[in-house]
Design a protein around this ligand. Sequence first.
Ligand SMILES: NC(=O)c1ccc[n+]([C@@H]2O[C@H](COP(=O)([O-])OP(=O)(O)OC[C@H]3O[C@@H](n4cnc5c(N)ncnc54)[C@H](OP(=O)(O)O)[C@@H]3O)[C@@H](O)[C@H]2O)c1
Length: 227
Amino acid sequence: MGRNALITGATRGIGLEVARQLARAGFGLYLTGRDERRLAGVREELRAAGQARDLRDPTAVVELYGAAREALGRVDVLVNNAGFNKAKDPLSRVTAGDLDDSYAVNVRAPILLAREALREMGGRRSGHIVNVLSSIVHTRMENYSVYTTMKCALHGFTGCLIKEARQVGVKVTGVYPGGVDTEFRAQSRPDYLRAESAARMIVDCILAPEDVVVHELTYRPMVESNF
Ligand SMILES: NC(=O)c1ccc[n+]([C@@H]2O[C@H](COP(=O)([O-])OP(=O)(O)OC[C@H]3O[C@@H](n4cnc5c(N)ncnc54)[C@H](OP(=O)(O)O)[C@@H]3O)[C@@H](O)[C@H]2O)c1
């Protein structure tokens, strides 16, 4: 039986490329993002199910998992990819709203989706949850305090999830890419990883042999030396 995947942040960047590569590997897909127009285009291209949702809304996050499960029959792989960094800001410019938004999308949404996935996947003792973190977890940079804090929180969660999910036969992978040339930042960075390459590493973890679980994978463009 073919496998199915729910992918967040699939309207562009790394998530879109993960969707394309999993579609080529025969996966049934449920895709999400906020941009209705882009999502419609991707769904048509990949013949995928999906719906637009703002992951800042925790009720929408939980409903999203239920909708994916209903549309696909079962979710075999959850790719918690959606995430953002509002700006490279010094702490003096950070607001409470910035913290709340970043927490909601970069931490709370993937945790709630992982909870829903573990309930479903754990019941049948199979499945795979992939959290897209960042190599920023392994380093520190000025003007990245909010994003770093949230990715470090998701890193802590992922470490716990690896152990809880193992007990019910579910694989968990945390991926830690370095810079990727996407719309994540305003300026283009052709010296960074291509989105296809960043996605390929994630898909390789998903397509690893049945007896393998990749717990953590860090990868970077060769230009990066901040480690
Ligand atoms: N690019 C990098 O250098 C880099 C490096 C390390 C890790 N990462 C991580 O990799 C992941 C993907 O990044 P990317 O480079 O592909 O970024 P991207 O091109 O900016 O894409 C981000 C995706 O997340 C979705 N998203 C953002 N906010 C959302 C919200 N509130 N609700 C629902 N969806 C939302 C966007 O969809 P809509 O716009 O349609 O809402 C989009 O599909 C993120 O977790 C990021 O932190 C990126």
